[in-house]
Design a protein around this ligand. Structure first.
Ligand code: ADP
Ligand code: MG
Length: 469
């Protein structure tokens, strides 16, 4: 019999949200991890990307949080700012029935001052990257004494990115009486060492599905000489209809080149790589999630863990050296029961990177024949081109200005705005900015109306986010 959320003894406020989110039942890792975490045990949890590890630790944290004590009770370390933002978003969503809950994001690339001030006002849960958290601990802006739970999320990735020593320094500052939780998609030797050093009598849980299993994802390979890769990509994009796709490259230079060539042909594409600052990364991701850009070209580090609902195609423009990375990449699609397609460009049947993946997953990857000759490439690209259905508008006010999604809808519709609600897409309210997606033909009108009108009685600046951000 499948475990239910009810049987996990979750508080009614939390149960209600899982229902509202349409979660029929806990994923395997959630069913295994939630009870010991609620009981306060240390835990090491392993399951593949996309299997719901965030809620596996977030629900118990929310269950245990003491709302009346507005002091830091849990700290979550994540490898990248994007992941920290995503985890924070999910905690806020799952915790929306808990009134007064404060969840902070402590990451680099944003002024530390605002974070210090937020900490001094008091918060229940903080999600951060190791570097910034260590800085805040060092300057005593972050007082660790009341922390009861420390979570190391995507622990393997933190090690890969060289955060091991930094994580160690953070752990050293935590109270010795604490719950330590470690989640990872893989459990290499170093994670076992971390567990031994930081945890006490940790419960070990692993989702039974093999880490490499990629059940609902259709996998294809396309053979192409390296210098015809871009042509092959064009054919793949053309051949496989998609609402949104991520194209993974191994190098920043490839990301930039591919993006440039797509854009030159008028195809709606953005790049996500380590050279973008935080503001532009947020902007790119927001545009992508809102559907105002169809293709995202990314490196692993920048694209890792990005959770985009409805992503239906992942292309490996360059296959990674390690097969595990392949599994992580294609796990972006086909999330939570949706189906997805993954296509890898390979040099030929002898490409060791393909055979490595096939060995790891135990499934042969089928060859997708692409016909190269009949149609001229330019024509294919032109067919892919054309504006995306939605445009993204950036508004200079956010949560700090008490702006809520409903206020933005209000400013755009009704007498002042004049737009139909159905022309408005996804709205994201960040701390100091918001994004709203609007049907392309109405974008200019919407910007005008937002600039003329008021939100919460205040004037904000609205701009169309440039497609070449
Ligand atoms: P992981 O950290 O294991 O890579 P995430 O926590 O990011 O995975 O979850 C992947 C997706 O699955 C998210 O979109 C999340 O909202 C969704 N999800 C989580 N738990 C459930 C559930 N019990 N049922 C359906 N979807 C879920
Ligand atoms: Mg995760």
């Amino acid at each position: 019999m499948k475990t239910t959320f009810e049987s996990l003894q979750l508080a009614p406020e939390l149960l209600k949200v899982t229902q509202e989110l349409g979660y029929a039942c806990p994923t395997e890792i959630q069913a295994l991890a939630i009870p010991p975490l609620i009981a306060g045990r240390d835990l090491i949890g392993k399951s593949k990307t996309g299997s719901g590890k965030t809620a596996a630790f977030a629900l118990p944290l929310l269950q245990r949080v003491r709302l009346e004590q507005r002091r830091l009770q849990a700290l979550i370390l994540c490898p990248t700012r994007e992941l920290a933002a995503q985890v924070r978003r999910e905690i806020r969503t799952l915790g929306r029935g808990l009134s007064g809950l404060v969840v902070l994001e402590l990451v680099g690339g944003q002024p530390a001052r605002a974070q210090r001030e937020a900490l001094s006002r008091g918060a229940h849960i903080a999600v951060g990257t190791p570097g910034r958290v260590m800085d805040l601990l060092g300057s005593e802006a972050l007082d660790p004494h009341t922390i009861r739970t420390l979570v190391l999320d995507e622990a393997d990735r933190m090690l890969d990115m060289g955060f091991g020593p930094e994580v160690g320094r953070v752990v050293q500052r935590m109270p010795s009486q604490r719950q330590t939780v470690l989640f990872s998609a893989t459990l290499p030797e170093e994670i076992e060492t971390m567990s031994g050093a930081y945890q006490r009598e940790a419960v070990r849980v692993e989702a039974a599905s093999p880490e490499a299993a990629v059940p609902d994802i259709e996998q294809w390979k396309v053979y192409t000489p390296p210098d015809e890769r871009f042509d092959a990509l064009t054919h793949v994009l053309h051949r496989l209809p998609h609402a949104s796709a991520i194209i993974f490259c191994n190098y920043k230079a490839s990301v930039q080149q591919v993006t440039q060539r797509l854009k030159a042909a008028g195809v709606s594409a953005d790049r996500l790589d380590g050279s973008l600052d935080q503001f532009h990364r947020d902007q790119v991701l927001s545009r992508f999630r809102a559907g105002s850009v169809k293709l995202l070209v990314a490196t692993d580090v920048a694209g890792r863990g990005i959770d985009v609902a409805g992503l239906d195609l992942v292309v490996n423009y360059e296959l990674p050296q390690q097969p595990e990375i392949y599994v992580h990449r294609i796990g972006r699609t086909g999330r939570a029961e949706a189906s997805g397609v993954a296509v890898s460009l390979a040099v030929g049947p002898a490409d060791a990177r393909v055979t490595g993946v096939e060995e790891l997953t135990g499934t042969p990857i089928r060859e997708l024949p692409v016909e190269r000759s009949p149609e001229p490439l330019r024509g294919l690209l032109e067919q892919l081109a054309g504006p995306a259905a939605m445009a993204s508008i950036l508004i200079s006010g956010g949560r700090k200005d008490k702006v809520r999604p409903g206020d933005i809808v209000g400013a755009l519709t009704g007498e002042a705005g004049g737009l139909q609600g159905s022309a408005i897409g996804k709205i994201e309210v960040l701390d100091r900015f918001s994004y709203v997606a609007v049907e392309h033909p109405l974008a200019r009108l919407a910007v005008e109306r937002l600039n003329q009108g008021r939100i919460k009685g205040k004037r904000f600046r609205a701009t169309l986010t440039p497609s070449d951000a």
